[in-house]
Design a protein around this ligand. Structure first.
Ligand code: ZN
Length: 393
């Protein structure tokens, strides 16, 4: 049982900082240059929902409020991000997750999702799960039953309109979702209710670049160590570059200890991301413009959907769901491989693979793979003075 004053406060005090980007924040963005080229394709708005399998109906909801994931494997961890999507943060979070090959669950606000459907589409396209976090982030226990339903249903409809995918998870703002009168509304609509076991309090101050705060977020996101934590982080609500900066080390902590990254129900995410899937036609789309968002041609998309489009490929309907054939070319889905040539880096006190990677257009995982023989099985155990090969980016 968690004290209500210890649950998410969503950083209302942070809102003034929304949109501010510090010099350090931009520097962090630059460190991700290696994946930006790939992400840019998905940022054009010509997007997508991910695997066709995700468009299927949700599994039956688990009718208990989840504080931890069910024990579907020895060690699992569910990373969750609330209150987005926001252009200031969500793309950065997605870039880190992509470079790590890790999937997470995004509890989106309906009003934010309606304002940024391209980001909702990118979340789903890259294989992450979507949760419903109400339309306007109210205290649900202060609303009439009808108003509660409206908050939930309007949000689900917005997610479906953008992605063709129904949310399978629900989280009430401020953790107000334990009352059966509220949880039941989610269960009746096919959603599992998700609380959390680790709150790194990334919504609290400072709302500016702070390595010390980043370390606090890392420490709180990884302790106390349990076998099946659900971690609550935020990509919305204000300045979240400290969360972005902490994420690599949080992921590294769990990955290096054999945890499987799952959805909050303990289910593995479908493998692969962004290659093929389902696309919901938006106003102004043509098969050509849709194809531009994938490594596919308009003709391939037309052939895959001929039965529903009919004889004229120029006549597609807004809201129509198109199957996007998968592609073997790989372009647009994965970062370009590193160029030839390498650099050597000598480990300094305080370094982590993540901090070293930030100086190059490389991920910690790429550096780890290139030095696995000398580092050993635990990527957190590097030695001062050790020479690491940095793959060229
Ligand atoms: Zn929230």
């Amino acid at each position: 049982m968690q004290a209500w004053d210890d649950v998410e406060h969503e950083g209302d005090d942070d809102v003034d900082a929304m949109g501010a980007t510090t010099t350090d924040g931009r520097r962090w963005g630059a460190r991700l240059a290696g994946v930006v080229a790939a992400a840019a394709l998905l940022c054009t708005g010509q997007v997508i929902s991910g695997n066709a399998a995700q468009a299927a109906e949700c599994p039956a909801p688990i009718r208990t409020v989840l504080d931890t994931t069910p024990a579907t494997a020895d060690r699992t961890v569910a990373l969750t991000f609330d209150d987005g999507p926001l252009p200031q943060n969500t793309p950065d979070v997605l870039d880190v997750l992509r470079s790590s090959g890790v999937k997470a669950t995004f509890f989106v606000r309906g009003d934010q999702a309606a304002a940024h459907p391209d980001l909702v589409q990118r979340i789903v396209a890259e294989g992450h799960a979507i949760g419903n976090h109400t339309w306007s982030h109210p205290y649900l226990d202060r609303l009439t039953p009808a108003a509660r339903v409206a908050e939930i249903e309007r949000t689900t409809q917005t997610i479906v309109d953008a992605t063709g995918t129904e949310p399978c998870f629900f989280r009430g703002p401020f953790g107000v979702h334990r009352d059966p009168a509220i949880a039941g509304l989610a269960w009746e609509r096919g959603m599992t209710v998700v609380d959390w076991s680790l709150d790194p309090r990334d919504w609290s101050t400072p709302a500016s670049w702070s390595p010390a705060f980043q370390q606090q977020i890392i420490d709180r996101a990884t302790s106390p160590r349990t076998a099946h934590p659900i971690v609550i982080l935020h990509d919305g609500g204000g300045y979240r570059q400290n969360t972005v900066a902490a994420l690599d080390d949080v992921i590294s902590y769990y990955a290096s200890r054999g945890y499987t990254f799952t959805d909050p129900a303990g289910r593995a995410f479908p493998s692969g991301s962004g290659q093929g899937g389902t696309y919901v036609v938006q106003p102004g789309d043509t098969l050509g413009s849709i194809a531009a968002g994938y490594s596919a041609t308009w003709r391939e998309i037309y052939q895959a959907n001929r039965a529903t489009i009919g004889p004229n490929p120029n006549v597609i309907q807004v809201g129509q769901r198109l199957t996007i054939p998968g592609s073997g070319s790989g372009s647009g889905g994965t970062p370009a491989p590193p160029a030839s040539g390498t650099t050597t880096y000598v480990v300094q006190p305080g370094d982590t693979l993540g901090s070293i990677a930030s100086g190059y257009s490389a991920t910690w995982r790429e550096i780890y793979e290139a030095n696995r023989a000398t580092i050993g099985p635990d990527p957190n155990l590097i030695q001062v003075g050790q020479q690491l090969t940095i793959p060229a980016g």
